[in-house]
Design a protein around this ligand. Structure first.
Ligand code: 1GP
Length: 256
């Protein structure tokens, strides 16, 4: 059975008020030349995790992508699956997601039952994650494919209690996501209210395209940011957000 190395690292950093950065690679969106550049950027910056996955894979090959990253980087690779067939034993871990913002039983428990035996065989570290989609101003593939309504953007209190319910159900991480390519990032108020209510680490993603937005979301209480499209559109973003993260982490050492 896989150990709990990744979760131990995440909780230790979050408890020490240290911020983390994950870069999301969607195998459909990056060919290997492009992926090579992304990996180099991650290796040269201070990226904590590389997530791999997509709501719907049409052309990309998840297993080959994971393997290529593992051959070229020592950054832990975590699968962020859109479906039960996105599993690879070359990864270090997997976000075992339940889409708790939605009311579609297939994405709450059905797909998880299908995936469970394959995850066990792959010997991956399993990170139980309450996953919440929030309306980011455009319909995302994730909400379309999962056939769920995202949480309303301006209802931070619903997000906060949904996250709390996820924690009470035993989920070890909460991930609030505007979805890939969201027009608006998750609101500061939503991050603040959720962080105030839960005690497990909080991941925020979707539509983060500037280091300023990253800084604000970190300060509001996110423990980890997940950046996908922004890093593909602007090659310097990984370094810029990693610098912001390191500045905040230095400041937290001084504060403590
Ligand atoms: C999507 O949170 C991730 O699930 C990343 O979103 O691609 O918009 O950065 P972006």
């Amino acid at each position: 059975m896989a150990d709990n190395k990744i979760y131990t690292t995440i909780t230790k950093l979050a408890n020490d008020d240290k911020k983390m950065l994950a870069i999301l690679v969607d195998p459909d969106k990056q060919d290997f030349a492009c992926l090579n550049k992304t990996i180099a950027n991650c290796n040269n910056a201070d990226v904590d995790f590389i997530f791999v996955g997509g709501s719907l894979l049409t052309s990309g090959d998840l297993a080959k992508t994971v393997r290529f990253i593992k051959e070229n980087s020592s950054i832990p690779v975590i699968i962020f699956p859109g479906s039960p067939n996105q599993i690879s034993n070359y990864a270090d871990g997997i976000l075992f997601l339940s889409l708790i913002s939605g009311r579609n039983p297939e994405f709450l428990i059905g797909n998880q039952v299908v995936a469970a035996p394959f995850v066990k065989k792959a010997n991956l570290e399993v990170l139980s994650t309450g996953y919440m989609l929030v309306d980011g101003g455009t319909q995302t593939t994730a909400s379309y494919v999962s056939n769920t309504n995202p949480l309303p953007y301006n209802k931070p209190e619903i997000a906060a209690v949904t996250a709390l319910a996820g924690e009470y159900l035993g989920m070890n991480l909460i991930y609030i996501d505007g979805g890939s390519g969201a027009k608006k990032c998750i609101s500061i108020e939503m991050v603040k209210q959720t962080k105030a209510l839960i005690s497990v680490p909080l991941l925020i993603g979707g539509g983060i395209r500037t280091s300023q937005a990253a800084n604000e979301i970190y300060l509001a209480g996110a423990d980890m940011l997940v950046i996908g499209n922004g890093a593909e559109e602007n090659r310097s973003l990984i370094t810029e957000i990693s610098t912001v993260k390191n500045q905040l982490n230095k400041a937290s050492v001084i504060k403590n």
